[in-house]
Every structure is written in C-alpha cells, then in structure tokens.
Design a protein around this ligand. Structure first.
Ligand code: ACO
Length: 325
C-alpha cells in the first residue's frame, strides 16, 4: 500500500516579537541573536490562543487543501511537547475540528515529534488499518520558557503545521530512520520537579510541577551537526538515492549555523536547504511541517522531487525521512 501526502497546512499566532525587543528585557542584542542563530523574530501565542486552536487552524488548512471533510479522517496524531492537557491534546483537537469518527492521540518527541508522527501514520496506512490520517506538529514553547534565561528565551516561537496522509498507488515515503540516545537526555529538558509533597507516614508523595526549559546549547549543537548528516546519509543509502539526487532538505529549524554546518558535512549547496527560522525561530514539533507547508504553497517543491525531512531535539532524538513529492 502506498502512502501519499495529500496536502499541507500551517498556522502561527498573529502576535510577533522582533529581536530588539529583548534588548530591554535581558543582556543581549539583535546582532548577537541574528548572527548566532539566524532568528529575527518569533510568533508568540497570547493566553487567548491555545495549542489546540493553533493545531486546529493548521489542520483545517490542510483538510481544505486536500478537499477532505473532518468526518473522513480515521486517525489524528498530534506531535507536541506542550499540550494544553497533560493527558494529551489530540482529543481536544479532534473535537475542535469535528473529526468525530477518528481515533486521536499525542506523540511526544520534542523537535523530532513531527518526523516520528509521520512515520507512525505511514505504518497505519501501509498495514491497511486506516485510509486518511491527519498528522500535526504543534508547540507553544513560549509557555515553558524562563524569560530571564538569555540562552533559551530568544530561540523559541509558537506555531503548528499539518499534513493529511492517505493511501494511494503513489508512494511519498520512500524510507526513514529514527534514533534516540537517552544518555544525552540531560542536555535538553523540561523536567517535572516536586513543588510540594503529601506526607503518608514516613513516605513523601511529590506534587508535580514543570520547570522551564533547560538546554546545554553547545552539546545540542555538536550532537545535531554530527548525528543529522549521518542519519540522512544512512537513510538515503538504504533507498539507493544519492545525495545529489535530493532536490530539497527540510530540517528542523533550530539555528542557521547548524543548518550551514550540516550542509557542509553533506557537501550540498546551502540553497537546497529550505529555511524560514528567520521569521519564526525554533517552533519545535511545528518547524518541519510549517516549512513544508510554505514550500508547498509557494510551489518551491514540485511533484516528483526528492525531499529529505530531518528532525533533532530533546530526548535526545533524531531522524530522517526520504520523500518523493
Ligand atoms: N545574547 C547575548 N549573549 C548570549 C546570549 C544571548 N541571547 N545567550 C548566550 N550568550 C552568551 C553566553 O553567556 C556566552 O557568554 P560567555 O562566553 O561570557 O560565557 C556566549 O554568549 C557564548 O555562548 P554559547 O552558548 O557558546 O553560544 P553559541 O554560539 O553556542 O550559541 C546557541 C548558543 C544559539 C543556543 C547554540 O548553542 C545552539 O543553537 N545550540 C543548539 C540549540 C538547538 O538546536 N536546540 C534544538 C533543540 S530544541 C528542542 O528540542 C525543544
């Protein structure tokens, strides 16, 4: 059974903050942020704009582009690390868009979340279990940032991206490879920390509370620049496609310098990297489907072209998918 990406959609909050705004908040400069990261602004969701609403806007865009009614969706997979509800926001998304006959669940794999979710969706289509699947990557990292930590607060933005995946004689997903190294987990975390505890005799039962994001930027940088080219090469090798045959690379939008270093290691021209982090910053699970949707709607990517998607982030997790568009 072939798996085809039928359509794409995306959404970001209207409100955006440019780099210079941070100059009054923390010790930083527009120059430092743009030269070290490539980011110029990011969109941030006010309290009235929930993760579920952002995900629903992206989903509705993708559904109308595919001309598929919400009721025809069999499964919704929402990749997010910042759900409105810790039990999962996919069911809230299901209700919001009226996809009443679908199963809905969340996947948490940080900035690799969309890649993991798309591969998961492909398995359900290939086995014949489901026909139409909505795959969404959405994050509101702004809710979990320590705004006085200059090493992280300038990096992240909020957004959502979605694709509709369906069974087809045409096969879009040629190959994939997904990886995790839990030993590196401490480099990038959003940890549950006990705030208070309930005493039962001598035993303390902690009351959960989440910390802000913590990141060892240098280690994550080194990890990404080493592991991402390697997983891309392995993935292409597995499907007998050479690096020169790839038309476009759509990687997790974390840092322009990371993308440049990966392009160097792959010996590809940087012009083959689709980038938009200048406008959005790092939108975590949303970054790849957001860039994919922009590239699709602007006709940058064309039917028949070979596209590599690759994600990396907390876990640490990373992975690549080879697509034929
Ligand atoms: N403004 C000014 N100076 C700053 C800022 C800032 N916003 N942030 C850090 N600095 C300072 C540091 O304090 C340090 O100063 P010091 O030398 O006096 O100690 C100096 O700048 C250099 O700091 P580095 O951490 O070495 O800066 P670097 O060039 O490595 O850039 C960055 C930091 C942008 C975070 C980079 O390491 C990076 O992009 N790492 C990868 C992040 C990433 O990819 N995350 C993806 C996953 S996110 C997810 O999965 C949810």
């Amino acid at each position: 059974m072939g798996v085809h990406i039928l359509s794409t959609g995306s959404s970001v909050p209207n409100f955006s903050v440019e780099n210079h705004y941070f100059e009054d908040m923390i010790e930083t400069s527009d120059h430092w942020i743009s030269t070290r990261t490539g980011i110029k602004k990011r969109h941030l969701a006010p309290s009235s704009h929930s993760l579920t609403q952002l995900a629903a806007e992206a989903s509705n865009n993708a559904l109308s582009a595919a001309n598929i009614k919400p009721a025809d969706i069999d499964l919704i997979i929402l990749a997010t690390s910042t759900p409105d509800d810790l039990f999962g926001s996919a069911s809230q998304l299901q209700a919001e868009i009226g996809a009443t006959s679908s199963l809905a669940f969340d996947i948490t794999a940080a900035c690799s979340g969309f890649i993991v979710a798309l591969v998961t969706a492909a398995q359900f289509v290939q086995t014949g279990s489901y026909d139409n699947i909505l795959v969404v990557g959405a994050d509101t990292m702004s809710r979990w940032i320590n705004w006085s930590d200059r090493s992280t607060c300038i990096l992240f933005g909020d957004g959502a991206g979605a694709v509709v995946v369906g069974k087809s004689a045409k096969n879009s997903i040629l190959g994939f490879k997904l990886c995790t190294d839990g030993q590196l987990n401490s480099h990038l975390q959003l940890m549950n920390v006990p705030l208070e505890a309930q005493q039962f005799g001598v035993t303390e039962i902690p009351q959960g509370h989440y910390n802000s994001i913590t990141m060892n930027g240098k280690e994550v940088y080194k990890f990404a620049v080493f592991q991402v080219p390697s997983v891309i090469k392995e993935c292409l090798n597995n499907v007998n496609i050479s690096i020169d045959e790839v038309d476009w690379f759509i990687l997790h939008q974390a840092n322009t310098r990371i993308l440049e270093a990966i392009a160097n290691r792959l010996s590809i021209p940087f012009s083959k990297m689709i980038t938009n982090l200048e406008h959005y910053g790092n939108t975590s699970a949303a970054s790849i489907p957001l860039a994919l949707d922009e590239a699709n709607r602007s006709d940058k990517i064309q039917p028949g072209q070979i596209i590599v998607l690759a994600g990396f982030g907390a876990g640490l997790t990373w992975g690549a998918i080879v697509l034929k568009w």
